[in-house]
Ligand binder design. Sequence first.
Ligand code: ITT
Length: 185
Amino acid sequence: MKLKVITSNAGKVAEYQRSLGDLGIEMEHYRLPYDEVQSSDLEEVVSKGMDAIVAQGIRDFIIDDSGLFVDALKGFPGVWSAYAQKTIGNDGILRLLEGSADRGAEFRCCIGCDIAGQRIIVTGVCRGTITGEQTGDGGFGFDPIFTHDGGPTFAEIPMELKNRVSHRGIAVGLLVDELRKRGLV
Ligand code: ITT
């Protein structure tokens, strides 16, 4: 079985290949601009995004809308994470948290999967903390400033470990459960 991973982010595709490859699902990186609605709800962004892609006649795909939600910033950057990453970047997030004792944050990942004419939407959450400085050169995006256990950042741990504990890893687990339940893998 082949699934298109529709994203501009090669880092996401690598994580999907690593976590879904063993199920015999072949992942294909597919770049397709589609309208992302602005909403404060990741699941709504994904559901509307899927409608727009299906309307273009494309089936059997995954899309993934993720974000970093920082407690002390009342959930910012959240659904605006891609914009925040492009503009203020990781240093900007660290600056906003300067002097803040509350470093709590969570990553959320909402996966939309269109497969065999069926639609599955699942969300994974990973709680952790924002570090004081950027460390590590693995991963992507906010990985150098996020730790799930107070130890090394997501940019310092192997992808296998990130996939076991991360928001995307958890969402993939839920997706696989649902695929099995429906007899699709
Ligand atoms: P697509 O929308 O094209 O899939 P994107 O990178 O813009 O790619 P998102 O909107 O889902 O993806 O992501 C919002 C931001 O959050 C973006 O800057 C990502 O780099 C970042 N992000 C998402 N997942 C992440 C992860 O696992 N680790 C670190 N940063 C992540």
